[in-house]
Ligand binder design. Structure first.
Ligand SMILES: [Zn+2]
Length: 295
Protein backbone atom coordinates (compact mmCIF):
# COMPACT_ATOMS: atom_id res chain seq x y z
CA UNK A 1 0.00 0.00 0.00
CA UNK A 2 1.31 3.42 -0.96
CA UNK A 3 0.20 6.90 0.14
CA UNK A 4 1.17 9.98 -1.87
CA UNK A 5 0.10 13.47 -0.83
CA UNK A 6 -1.21 15.21 -3.94
CA UNK A 7 -2.46 18.42 -2.41
CA UNK A 8 -1.60 19.69 1.06
CA UNK A 9 -3.02 23.20 0.71
CA UNK A 10 -6.23 25.04 1.42
CA UNK A 11 -8.71 26.98 -0.75
CA UNK A 12 -6.11 29.82 -0.88
CA UNK A 13 -4.55 29.79 -4.36
CA UNK A 14 -1.01 28.45 -4.14
CA UNK A 15 1.54 27.12 -6.61
CA UNK A 16 3.36 25.36 -3.80
CA UNK A 17 0.43 23.54 -2.26
CA UNK A 18 -2.46 22.23 -4.34
CA UNK A 19 -5.82 21.92 -2.60
CA UNK A 20 -6.71 18.66 -0.88
CA UNK A 21 -5.94 15.39 -2.63
CA UNK A 22 -4.39 12.04 -1.70
CA UNK A 23 -3.43 9.00 -3.73
CA UNK A 24 -3.77 5.57 -2.11
CA UNK A 25 -2.52 2.60 -4.11
CA UNK A 26 -3.11 -0.97 -3.08
CA UNK A 27 -2.48 -3.80 -5.55
CA UNK A 28 -4.57 -3.08 -8.65
CA UNK A 29 -6.69 -0.41 -6.97
CA UNK A 30 -5.75 3.23 -7.43
CA UNK A 31 -7.78 5.48 -5.18
CA UNK A 32 -8.06 9.20 -5.09
CA UNK A 33 -9.18 10.61 -1.73
CA UNK A 34 -10.51 14.10 -2.43
CA UNK A 35 -9.49 15.97 -5.57
CA UNK A 36 -9.26 19.71 -5.01
CA UNK A 37 -7.90 22.32 -7.46
CA UNK A 38 -4.37 21.47 -8.55
CA UNK A 39 -4.39 17.93 -7.25
CA UNK A 40 -5.08 16.45 -10.69
CA UNK A 41 -1.89 18.07 -11.95
CA UNK A 42 -0.10 16.48 -8.98
CA UNK A 43 -1.62 13.10 -9.89
CA UNK A 44 0.02 13.40 -13.31
CA UNK A 45 3.28 14.42 -11.64
CA UNK A 46 2.98 11.33 -9.44
CA UNK A 47 3.01 9.25 -12.62
CA UNK A 48 -0.68 8.33 -12.73
CA UNK A 49 -3.32 9.22 -15.26
CA UNK A 50 -7.05 9.54 -14.85
CA UNK A 51 -7.49 6.19 -16.60
CA UNK A 52 -5.44 4.50 -13.85
CA UNK A 53 -7.87 5.63 -11.14
CA UNK A 54 -10.36 2.98 -10.00
CA UNK A 55 -11.99 4.66 -6.96
CA UNK A 56 -12.75 8.17 -5.77
CA UNK A 57 -13.59 8.87 -2.13
CA UNK A 58 -14.83 12.26 -0.97
CA UNK A 59 -14.58 13.47 2.63
CA UNK A 60 -17.00 16.32 1.87
CA UNK A 61 -17.99 18.46 -1.06
CA UNK A 62 -16.25 21.75 -0.34
CA UNK A 63 -14.77 22.88 -3.67
CA UNK A 64 -11.19 22.66 -2.39
CA UNK A 65 -11.81 18.90 -2.05
CA UNK A 66 -13.66 18.17 -5.29
CA UNK A 67 -13.21 20.81 -8.03
CA UNK A 68 -10.60 18.76 -9.95
CA UNK A 69 -12.96 15.79 -9.93
CA UNK A 70 -14.54 17.22 -13.10
CA UNK A 71 -11.20 16.96 -14.88
CA UNK A 72 -10.50 13.49 -13.51
CA UNK A 73 -13.94 12.17 -14.43
CA UNK A 74 -14.15 13.56 -17.98
CA UNK A 75 -10.55 12.76 -18.83
CA UNK A 76 -10.97 9.19 -17.55
CA UNK A 77 -14.16 8.62 -19.52
CA UNK A 78 -12.76 10.20 -22.69
CA UNK A 79 -9.30 8.63 -22.71
CA UNK A 80 -10.58 5.34 -21.29
CA UNK A 81 -12.77 4.91 -24.39
CA UNK A 82 -14.87 2.14 -22.84
CA UNK A 83 -11.81 -0.03 -22.16
CA UNK A 84 -11.81 0.47 -18.38
CA UNK A 85 -14.48 -0.25 -15.75
CA UNK A 86 -16.83 2.52 -14.63
CA UNK A 87 -15.47 4.71 -11.87
CA UNK A 88 -16.48 3.82 -8.29
CA UNK A 89 -17.31 6.93 -6.29
CA UNK A 90 -17.94 7.06 -2.54
CA UNK A 91 -18.93 10.25 -0.80
CA UNK A 92 -21.25 11.77 1.77
CA UNK A 93 -24.98 12.26 1.17
CA UNK A 94 -25.33 14.68 -1.73
CA UNK A 95 -22.62 12.98 -3.81
CA UNK A 96 -25.13 11.24 -6.10
CA UNK A 97 -26.87 14.45 -7.06
CA UNK A 98 -23.50 16.25 -7.33
CA UNK A 99 -22.34 13.67 -9.90
CA UNK A 100 -25.71 13.58 -11.65
CA UNK A 101 -25.87 17.36 -11.98
CA UNK A 102 -22.43 17.36 -13.57
CA UNK A 103 -22.51 14.29 -15.79
CA UNK A 104 -26.11 13.08 -15.99
CA UNK A 105 -28.15 13.36 -19.19
CA UNK A 106 -29.43 16.75 -17.99
CA UNK A 107 -26.14 17.67 -16.34
CA UNK A 108 -23.81 20.61 -16.88
CA UNK A 109 -21.57 18.55 -19.15
CA UNK A 110 -24.38 16.84 -21.10
CA UNK A 111 -23.80 18.93 -24.27
CA UNK A 112 -20.08 18.04 -24.21
CA UNK A 113 -20.81 14.34 -23.60
CA UNK A 114 -23.47 14.34 -26.32
CA UNK A 115 -21.06 15.89 -28.82
CA UNK A 116 -18.36 13.37 -27.98
CA UNK A 117 -20.81 10.48 -28.31
CA UNK A 118 -22.51 11.65 -31.54
CA UNK A 119 -20.15 13.79 -33.62
CA UNK A 120 -18.39 11.74 -36.29
CA UNK A 121 -15.03 13.34 -35.55
CA UNK A 122 -15.30 12.35 -31.90
CA UNK A 123 -16.48 8.85 -32.83
CA UNK A 124 -13.39 8.47 -35.04
CA UNK A 125 -11.10 9.39 -32.15
CA UNK A 126 -13.00 7.08 -29.81
CA UNK A 127 -12.47 4.15 -32.19
CA UNK A 128 -8.83 5.11 -32.71
CA UNK A 129 -8.42 4.84 -28.92
CA UNK A 130 -9.72 1.30 -29.05
CA UNK A 131 -13.38 2.00 -28.21
CA UNK A 132 -16.17 -0.21 -29.57
CA UNK A 133 -19.34 1.47 -30.82
CA UNK A 134 -21.86 2.50 -29.74
CA UNK A 135 -20.14 4.88 -27.35
CA UNK A 136 -21.90 4.77 -23.97
CA UNK A 137 -22.81 7.56 -21.61
CA UNK A 138 -20.72 7.35 -18.41
CA UNK A 139 -22.41 5.29 -15.69
CA UNK A 140 -20.32 5.83 -12.53
CA UNK A 141 -21.09 3.63 -9.53
CA UNK A 142 -21.93 6.15 -6.84
CA UNK A 143 -22.34 5.08 -3.21
CA UNK A 144 -23.29 7.54 -0.50
CA UNK A 145 -21.70 6.73 2.85
CA UNK A 146 -22.12 7.90 6.42
CA UNK A 147 -20.01 7.67 9.56
CA UNK A 148 -19.94 4.04 10.69
CA UNK A 149 -20.29 2.65 7.15
CA UNK A 150 -17.72 0.22 5.76
CA UNK A 151 -16.79 -0.26 2.10
CA UNK A 152 -15.00 -3.50 1.28
CA UNK A 153 -12.64 -4.00 -1.64
CA UNK A 154 -10.03 -6.53 -2.75
CA UNK A 155 -7.96 -7.01 0.41
CA UNK A 156 -8.95 -3.68 1.97
CA UNK A 157 -11.79 -1.96 3.73
CA UNK A 158 -12.55 1.71 4.17
CA UNK A 159 -14.46 3.02 7.17
CA UNK A 160 -15.87 6.47 7.83
CA UNK A 161 -16.05 8.56 10.99
CA UNK A 162 -17.71 11.88 11.77
CA UNK A 163 -15.52 14.94 11.33
CA UNK A 164 -16.12 18.30 13.03
CA UNK A 165 -16.54 20.71 10.14
CA UNK A 166 -19.43 22.54 8.48
CA UNK A 167 -22.40 20.31 9.24
CA UNK A 168 -25.35 20.47 8.76
CA UNK A 169 -24.76 22.39 5.52
CA UNK A 170 -22.36 19.75 4.21
CA UNK A 171 -21.96 16.22 5.52
CA UNK A 172 -18.29 15.74 6.44
CA UNK A 173 -16.40 12.64 7.44
CA UNK A 174 -12.92 11.25 7.82
CA UNK A 175 -11.95 7.88 6.33
CA UNK A 176 -9.64 5.05 7.12
CA UNK A 177 -8.33 2.16 5.05
CA UNK A 178 -7.22 -1.09 6.65
CA UNK A 179 -5.29 -3.74 4.75
CA UNK A 180 -2.92 -6.55 5.70
CA UNK A 181 0.05 -4.22 5.30
CA UNK A 182 -1.28 -1.45 7.52
CA UNK A 183 -3.75 1.37 7.95
CA UNK A 184 -4.12 4.99 6.90
CA UNK A 185 -6.60 7.40 8.45
CA UNK A 186 -7.44 10.78 6.91
CA UNK A 187 -9.35 13.32 8.99
CA UNK A 188 -10.92 15.08 6.03
CA UNK A 189 -11.48 18.63 7.20
CA UNK A 190 -11.92 18.51 10.95
CA UNK A 191 -11.30 20.93 13.79
CA UNK A 192 -11.00 20.69 17.55
CA UNK A 193 -10.53 17.23 19.04
CA UNK A 194 -13.32 15.45 17.17
CA UNK A 195 -14.40 12.22 18.95
CA UNK A 196 -15.37 10.63 15.60
CA UNK A 197 -11.88 11.19 14.22
CA UNK A 198 -10.14 10.06 17.43
CA UNK A 199 -12.14 6.83 17.28
CA UNK A 200 -11.53 6.33 13.56
CA UNK A 201 -7.78 6.94 13.90
CA UNK A 202 -7.34 4.58 16.87
CA UNK A 203 -3.95 2.83 16.49
CA UNK A 204 -3.63 3.79 12.80
CA UNK A 205 -0.19 3.44 11.22
CA UNK A 206 -0.63 6.84 9.61
CA UNK A 207 -2.95 9.72 10.54
CA UNK A 208 -3.18 12.50 7.97
CA UNK A 209 -4.79 15.44 9.73
CA UNK A 210 -5.93 18.93 8.77
CA UNK A 211 -3.63 21.52 10.31
CA UNK A 212 -4.99 24.75 8.91
CA UNK A 213 -3.76 27.63 11.06
CA UNK A 214 -1.70 28.53 14.10
CA UNK A 215 -3.18 27.63 17.49
CA UNK A 216 -4.40 30.67 19.36
CA UNK A 217 -5.08 32.82 16.27
CA UNK A 218 -8.60 31.53 15.62
CA UNK A 219 -11.08 34.42 15.26
CA UNK A 220 -13.81 32.54 17.17
CA UNK A 221 -14.34 29.28 19.06
CA UNK A 222 -16.64 28.05 16.28
CA UNK A 223 -13.85 28.52 13.76
CA UNK A 224 -11.62 26.39 15.98
CA UNK A 225 -14.15 23.54 15.83
CA UNK A 226 -14.20 23.74 12.02
CA UNK A 227 -10.50 23.99 11.08
CA UNK A 228 -7.70 21.94 12.63
CA UNK A 229 -4.84 23.66 14.47
CA UNK A 230 -1.55 22.10 15.64
CA UNK A 231 -2.37 21.81 19.36
CA UNK A 232 -5.77 20.18 18.78
CA UNK A 233 -4.31 17.96 16.04
CA UNK A 234 -1.59 16.77 18.42
CA UNK A 235 -4.27 15.88 20.99
CA UNK A 236 -6.20 13.89 18.35
CA UNK A 237 -3.04 11.94 17.44
CA UNK A 238 -2.21 11.35 21.10
CA UNK A 239 -5.70 10.20 22.09
CA UNK A 240 -5.93 7.94 19.04
CA UNK A 241 -2.41 6.60 19.64
CA UNK A 242 -1.68 6.99 15.95
CA UNK A 243 1.79 5.75 15.06
CA UNK A 244 2.66 8.57 12.66
CA UNK A 245 1.09 11.99 12.17
CA UNK A 246 1.16 13.78 8.82
CA UNK A 247 0.17 17.44 8.75
CA UNK A 248 -1.80 18.73 5.78
CA UNK A 249 -4.26 21.47 4.69
CA UNK A 250 -1.83 24.20 5.73
CA UNK A 251 -2.15 27.95 5.33
CA UNK A 252 0.87 30.08 4.44
CA UNK A 253 0.57 31.55 7.95
CA UNK A 254 2.10 28.42 9.48
CA UNK A 255 4.17 27.35 6.51
CA UNK A 256 7.19 29.54 7.29
CA UNK A 257 10.74 28.67 8.34
CA UNK A 258 11.05 29.02 12.10
CA UNK A 259 7.28 28.92 12.58
CA UNK A 260 7.20 25.31 11.37
CA UNK A 261 9.89 24.27 13.83
CA UNK A 262 8.16 26.08 16.68
CA UNK A 263 4.85 24.37 15.88
CA UNK A 264 6.48 20.93 15.73
CA UNK A 265 8.12 21.57 19.10
CA UNK A 266 4.76 22.52 20.65
CA UNK A 267 3.11 19.44 19.17
CA UNK A 268 5.88 17.13 20.39
CA UNK A 269 5.05 18.14 23.98
CA UNK A 270 1.62 16.55 23.47
CA UNK A 271 2.16 13.77 20.92
CA UNK A 272 5.33 11.70 21.17
CA UNK A 273 5.15 9.92 17.78
CA UNK A 274 6.88 11.10 14.62
CA UNK A 275 5.30 14.12 12.88
CA UNK A 276 5.73 14.78 9.17
CA UNK A 277 5.21 18.27 7.75
CA UNK A 278 3.32 17.26 4.61
CA UNK A 279 4.36 18.53 1.18
CA UNK A 280 2.78 17.93 -2.20
CA UNK A 281 4.01 14.71 -3.84
CA UNK A 282 5.52 13.39 -0.61
CA UNK A 283 5.29 9.61 -0.25
CA UNK A 284 4.43 8.53 3.26
CA UNK A 285 5.87 5.33 4.72
CA UNK A 286 3.03 3.16 6.00
CA UNK A 287 5.00 1.10 8.50
CA UNK A 288 6.74 4.12 10.04
CA UNK A 289 9.86 6.04 9.04
CA UNK A 290 13.06 4.09 8.67
CA UNK A 291 16.54 5.47 9.27
CA UNK A 292 18.78 5.19 6.26
CA UNK A 293 22.12 3.59 7.03
CA UNK A 294 25.26 5.61 6.49
CA UNK A 295 27.36 4.07 3.77
ZN1 LIG B 1 -13.82 21.83 4.10
Amino acid sequence: MKLTLLGTGTPTPSLKRASSGYLVEIDADVMVWDHGPGSHHRLLEAGKRATDVTHVFFSHLHYDHCADFVRLFLSRWDMGADRIPELEIHGPPGTRSFVERLFGEQGAFAPDLTARIRHQGSIDIFEARGGKLPRRWPQPKVTEVRPGDVVKGAGWEVRFGAASHVQPYLDCHGMRIDAAVGSICYSGDSGGVAPGIVELARGADVLVHMNHYMSGTEPTEIYRLVCGNPIDTAHVARQAQAKLLVLTHMLEQIDQPGVREDILKQMARIYDGPIIWGEDLMQIPIAGPKLARME
